[in-house]
Design a protein around this ligand. Structure first.
Ligand SMILES: Cc1cc2nc3c(=O)[nH]c(=O)nc-3n(C[C@H](O)[C@H](O)[C@H](O)COP(=O)(O)OP(=O)(O)OC[C@H]3O[C@@H](n4cnc5c(N)ncnc54)[C@H](O)[C@@H]3O)c2cc1C
Length: 272
């Protein structure tokens, strides 16, 4: 624990992708799986509440701040063995996808544009273009579903099982998926989709929000993107409470107009 890098009273708006929220009393950076295990065990033994964070691309930090955050970002080693990629939890998916492509291993092209760590992606079962990370996980647990990943464990590392192909073809596919993503998603800071798609429903949550006339509504500097109605963007100095107020409005309006209860995809950390 003493050897680990610890930042005190760290402004978490500089950490999370949406760039809102208050400070963490402690931000701890284990560098190895053993250190992450040690710190988790000792915080649990002390009864201290803590959150593990990867890239912070699917979380909202309260404006009042949080207690202890354990970041995996310094645990980012990746190695290739035959058709498998072994990644530490903090390895970034886009970087892993490039390593895989260079090694002539296909399977990550669709996911290459998601700004997630491998640990965060497994926790959320992140997916895009019909592919989910569980599809390429070596020995996936049976209970991973749409945006429901591994939620009962600290994820230390993962083995992804991929398929051989030529690097050139892999990079071509990957770049095409990235191009489509860039054309559909806003450039401003966000946390990706605010709400989950509704299972078996004809249209996406974004389309539903759009059809309810909510695109462009703004509170403070938080706004429903006019590019993609399921993205709430930070136009400058948004606060987490502005985003939460927008989410409340979206939930109420969508429910009143359609009877559908939207489920939040983003995780809101508790103040502690
Ligand atoms: C621009 C943008 C585009 C996006 N596009 C997509 C998309 O196409 N598809 C998609 O599915 N998502 C998308 N997202 C959302 C987000 O990237 C994913 O949910 C991602 O899986 C979160 O990973 P993370 O490393 O940022 O996790 P964090 O946000 O840091 O954490 C998310 C959750 O995972 C837990 N967690 C993180 N690491 C670990 C670990 N090692 N062990 C246990 N729990 C852990 C955290 O405690 C938290 O509960 C997008 C986000 C942005 C900002």
């Amino acid at each position: 624990m003493l050897r680990m890098k610890i930042k005190k009273n760290y402004n978490m708006s500089g950490y999370v992708t949406v760039k809102t929220g208050g400070s963490a009393r402690q931000l701890i950076y284990p560098e190895t799986a053993a250190e992450l295990t040690d710190i988790s065990k000792s915080l649990e033994a002390a009864g201290s509440r803590y959150y593990i964070l990867g890239r912070g691309s699917n979380v909202l930090i309260p404006d009042e701040g949080v207690g202890i955050i354990v970041s995996t970002l310094m645990m980012n080693k990746v190695s290739v063995e035959a058709n498998k990629i072994i990644c530490e939890a903090g390895a970034m998916l886009p970087a892993v996808a490039v390593i895989a492509a260079k090694a002539g291993l296909s399977g990550l092209e669709e996911l290459a544009g998601i700004p997630a760590t491998v640990g965060g992606a497994l926790r959320m079962n992140a997916g895009a273009f019909g592919k989910e990370i569980k599809d390429i996980l070596y020995c996936p647990p049976g209970n991973m579903n749409y945006r429901q990943g591994i939620n009962d464990a600290v994820i230390l590392s993962a083995v992804l099982e991929l398929t051989p192909d030529s690097p050139e073809k892999i990079f071509t596919r990957m770049n095409e998926f990235k191009r489509i993503r860039q054309s559909r998603q806003p450039n401003e800071p966000s946390f990706g989709c605010a709400f989950k798609n509704i299972p078996h429903y004809v249209i996406s949550a974004g389309k539903l929000i759009d059809e309810c006339g909510l695109k462009g509504i703004r509170i403070g500097d938080a706004e429903i993107s006019s590019t993609h109605a399921n993205f709430i963007i930070n136009k400058g100095r948004a606060r987490t409470c502005d985003i939460l107020n927008i989410m409340d409005i979206v939930e109420k309006v969508v429910y009143n107009k359609t009877g559908i209860i939207l489920e939040r995809e983003v995780e809101v950390l508790c103040q502690s």
